[in-house]
Design a protein around this ligand. Structure first.
Ligand code: PRT
Ligand code: MG
Length: 205
């Protein structure tokens, strides 16, 4: 079985859970240059990849199982996997934030975000027309330099918003990391995968 894990903070919080489930990589993922890591569970390998690539690996069956943030899953267009378990790690909120209410003049509000699909869906449900400005990072900068009226971004402590004079305006979704499973793998490797889900469920409570 191959498990794909988002690198960065999700990996850091997932490794202790995987260890309790009996899966410990032979090499430190932060140090190793190997892309496929063997583990203490001889049947299981880890691939540590970019967050946004995890759903793709799982949908195509390149990984049987994945660990990814709900923010990434909401943004992913495709339905080639199951999402059986909330691992409750890397928790945060997806919010609309800005410098305060913007006076509504004639032009459409501009919202800067890495989460273009989720943002469009959110405003479409509210019946509000907006223009999405796609960014790949440092969303907090956009309202400060006049690139956008608002941002849609993840917030944990709120320190980043505060440091940039921004306030949270609307709560869009609660985010945490989820276990996802390739649909065919769920059938073909049913015992191995349900066993993993059971062990992780016992740890996450
Ligand atoms: O670069 P790449 O695309 O590979 O990933 P990345 O650098 O975005 O990865 P990383 O390690 O930052 O992890 C991202 C994942 O962690 C997200 O997909 C979420 O599921 C989860 N997560 C949980 C967070 C946060 N909390 C979080 N607070 N990801 C990012 N943040 C950022 C947020 O974007 C903002 O800039 O932290 C800042 C806000 O934090 P506070 O505490 O100041 O509010
Ligand atoms: Mg980051």
């Amino acid at each position: 079985m191959v498990i794909a894990v988002s690198k960065g903070r999700i990996l850091q919080e997932a490794l202790p859970l995987l260890a309790i489930a009996g899966i410990v990589p032979h090499e430190d993922p932060d140090e190793s240059r190997k892309l496929i890591l063997e583990t203490s569970d001889g049947k299981t390998k880890l691939v540590v990849i970019r967050a946004a690539d995890v759903p793709t690996f799982v949908e195509y069956g390149a990984a049987d199982v994945g660990i990814a943030g709900k923010d990434v899953l909401l943004e992913y267009e495709g339905d080639g996997f199951y999402e059986p378990l909330d691992l409750k790690i890397a928790a945060c909120r997806l919010v609309l934030a800005g410098r305060g209410q913007v006076e509504n003049d004639s032009r459409r509000l501009r919202v800067a975000t890495k989460y273009a699909t989720t943002t469009r869906r959110y405003f479409a449900q509210k019946g509000v027309q907006i223009e999405v400005v796609k960014l790949y990072g440092s969303m907090e900068l956009a309202p400060l330099v006049g690139l956008a009226d608002y941002i849609v971004d993840l917030v944990d402590t709120g320190n980043t918003l505060k440091a940039n004079g921004l306030v949270m305006m609307e709560h869009i979704a609660d985010i945490s990391s989820r276990l996802i499973v390739n649909k065919a793998s769920m059938k073909i490797k049913h015992n191995q995968i349900t066993d993993l889900i059971g062990r992780l469920a016992a740890v996450t409570g």
